[in-house]
Write a protein that binds this ligand. Sequence first.
Ligand code: CS2
Length: 501
Amino acid sequence: MSAGTPRLSRTTLAASRPRGVQLPAVDPADLRVGLVHLGLGAFHRAHQAVYTEDAAAAAGETRWGILGVTQRSARVVDQLAPQDGLYGVLTKGTDQTSLRLVGSLRDVAFPGTDTPRVVATIAAPGTHVVTLTVTEKGYRRAADGGPDLQDPDLAADLAALAGELRGAHPDSPARSPLGLLLRGLALRRRRDAGPLTVVCCDNLADNGAVLAALVAATLDAVPGGDRLRDWVEASVRFPGTMVDRIVPATTEAHRAEARALLGLDDAGLVVGEPFSQWVVEDRFAGPRPAWERAGATLTEEVAPFERAKLRVLNASHSTLAYLGALRGHVTIAQAVADPDLVAAARALIDDDVLPTLVAPDGLDLAGYRDDVLARFANPNTGHTTVQVAMDGSVKLPQRLLGTVRDRLDAGAVPTAAAGAVAAWIAYVRATTQGELEVDGWRVPLDDPMAPALAAAAEGPLGSLADRMLDVRAVFGDDVAGSAPFRTAVRAAVAELVTVRA
Ligand code: CS2
């Protein structure tokens, strides 16, 4: 924040009328809440909230204001509430920067203090859609894909849910997104407030079906959950989606750039590349924003798009992140400019990923690959290798191991994908041994499984690949049990750790 510069809000914006900035297409004060979003991070603000604003403006509708719910801290509420929900999206292209302000966020909430209000809003008749971006780890899934009942936050939430199911209205703060959603659904059912659509916008393969199954399995594990499960089955839809926009963490330099354009301080600023895509399965239980009028694709079949995006973009992103960080590259743009690393990313896509894909209608996969690599090369987003590298234990199974499984099933040895797995293993080893420095900073392992991974990474280098592949929660029995894959990963790890030694 800059002393002396007023803070963005409806009042300061009306008084300053900045030029060269795209003003909000809707005024948050005119909106009613029709959509609850769980996981109010930068990605939502740079993606679905923008589509929702453009859709509301195009259709002239005021019923799609968003109640944005943060996950773990009240920080985002402190950033956005004093700004009346207004914030900017700074778009950083290869040779152009622009700033637009977004007005679709009607209200913000923090589960630590606002759980009853969020639960009541999910249960309100005017709410028709719940969207989620809580990251892969936010779902608290166990290795088998069901709810991780050992997770203390989820366990506490399920106890509160059992109370809600008995009609006790517990007001304890929800500690997990799933807990919050289920309490909202329980109240919605009790109030008979009508059907609801829950849209998972995270990078999980088959995200809609996965969330539907997780909700059902969780309700099976809660005393008295069966009636709610039946209601969910009849009244709640979980369409699948493919979301895409590169959204790096906002830095002080971004804030200063936005301040210069806007003349106001924006604590809620987010940053994105120019590209944005949203493919949504058109299977809603009730009304929805006219997202297609904002450039989203509403379609019968999302899976081919989702699969192509996860396997081409996200998998090569992770590969570049691990290999790049190991070489000291700070940004993804630097990593993809390194000839060895772009060759590894291309080999992954060409040799192993593309043979597993069926091109979605109208998509040329080789062209898609080239576009993705060109987006990574944008030097102005400043997206860091370390940011993309986080949470590998929950990202790899979604973006890389499906490719490995399909290749093994086809009788092929996915050597390039084994190289990508090896890059992650080398990264885990280097970070947990305190050996990785990027940008003059010793990088720790940022991963929900960090203790278990550190334990597996400890020990002789010669058996490092085997110890890591034996982490079944990541690799499953099938991938871990494939002898040819193990051989390929061993060879790739040996090459990476020797080169580094
Ligand atoms: C990235 C994604 O951090 C990561 O894991 O691969 O966030 C990626 O930038 C988005 O999925 C792009 O749509």
